[in-house]
Design a protein around this ligand. Structure first.
Ligand SMILES: *Cc1c(COP(=O)(O)O)cnc(C)c1O
Length: 372
């Protein structure tokens, strides 16, 4: 491919930091780079307690465990999302209830959520698609009114914000009782495979320390509060290696320059489509969203032809999620409830993502646009 859809960006500091972990002979979890990274996120975005995890998927699973999700609980999940958002709760035997997208944006529709809440609803999971904020004012109000837990799947939303009515910005990932991030190679900041669980509701923090340490009180032991550590609760292995944390730290040090490059590329696409009257439909970015240029997407009635035309020129554009209510697994799992999700289905059929990565050049964007 002349212009790939995605390309991993190296800041130049990765090898140096990985070499440091090797020189220290400390490559397991919980070392210096993990501490620096967690500290960075907690301070910069006013997040609660952060835990680096092996993926966003495992962070979601950790949240489901901490919430004690079990058979009989209903969890409202967007229909238009990646499977992990749903899997984490399906693994616990919960009843999933799929909610449709907004009409003009793949994000979950708060009005649809409201219609799906029952006595059994335990939590709402939202996904900030493309790093664009969901309707957080309405959604947090629903959670308060019905006493529901909120989980933000912020896999795509590092350095994205919600703009309050007074103009102040609040980072996505700081609203939910839990929020999860991904550092998969397809995201703005990466360490290959990696993720993070943010816990903004302090009630869950003490238990999280145990769950994160495979169900033991090892964290207390490391703080010299007890003289041996034991199995005290459920848990699993969620923490990432220092090799990955070192790579991640090298990327985070360059976060501002990475975001500037991405926003420039995103804006170049956006200006072009705004200025010409193509049949393709641009997303409508809500005015309360200050996004992170994670994805440039638009809609086409004629997606297959459009993607083929680009592929002939060795330009790799692509579709995205299929509504989970259209998945083969949905057909076999009687625990999942879904109404029709016309908006999500439309995004499944029509959404196109154009090449966008940190180091993409103006000439490459122009070449995509010429061949579109
Ligand atoms: C990428 C992504 C995930 C999965 O992230 P991993 O780190 O690969 O587990 C989950 N949810 C959404 C919305 C994503 O975009």
């Amino acid at each position: 491919m002349k212009i790939p859809f995605n390309q991993v960006y190296l800041t130049g500091d990765e090898e140096k930091f990985i070499a440091q972990t090797m020189a220290n002979k400390k490559i397991g979890a919980g070392g210096e780079f993990t501490k620096r990274t967690v500290d960075f996120f907690e301070k910069r975005y006013q997040f609660g307690k952060c835990f680096l995890t092996t993926s966003c998927t495992s962070a979601l699973e950790m949240a489901a465990l901490l919430l004690d999700v079990r058979a009989g609980d209903e969890i409202i999940v967007p229909a238009y999302t990646f499977v992990s958002t749903a899997n984490a709760f399906a693994l616990k035997g919960a009843q999933l209830v799929f909610a449709d997208s907004q009409e003009n944006h793949p994000n979950i529709d708060a009005n649809r959520i409201a219609q799906l809440i029952t006595e059994k609803t335990k939590a709402i999971v939202v996904v900030h698609y493309a790093g664009d904020a969901c309707e957080m004012k309405k959604i947090t109000a629903l959670c308060r009114k019905h006493n529901l837990a909120l989980i933000e799947d912020a896999a795509q939303a590092i350095n994205s914000f919600y703009k309050h009515e007074d103009g102040s910005l609040q980072a996505l990932g700081s609203f939910g009782d839990f929020a999860t991030f991904s550092f998969h190679e397809s995201k703005n900041i990466t360490c290959g495979e990696g993720g993070m669980l943010v816990i903004n509701n302090p009630t869950y923090i003490e238990r999280a320390e145990v769950v994160y340490q495979k169900g033991t009180n090892r964290t207390q032991f490391l703080k010299n509060e007890i003289d041996k550590y034991e199995w005290v609760d459920l848990g699993s292995s969620y923490a990432i290696s220092e090799l990955n944390a070192a790579f991640l730290w090298a990327q985070l040090l360059h976060l501002d320059e990475i975001q500037a490059m991405r926003k420039e590329a995103w804006s170049r696409y956006f200006r072009f489509f705004k200025s010409c009257n193509l049949n393709q439909k641009l997303p409508s970015i809500p005015n309360y969203s200050v996004g992170n240029a994670h994805i440039f997407f638009l809609l086409s009635n004629n997606r297959a032809t459009c993607l083929e035309k680009l592929a002939e020129k060795e330009i790799q554009a692509t579709f995205h999620f299929s509504s989970l209510n259209q998945s083969p697994y949905f057909e076999t799992n009687s625990l999942i409830r879904s109404k029709k999700n016309d908006n999500a289905d439309q995004f499944s059929q029509q959404l196109i993502r154009l090449p966008l990565y940190n180091a993409i050049q103006n000439e490459q964007i122009d070449s995509v646009l010429e061949n579109f």
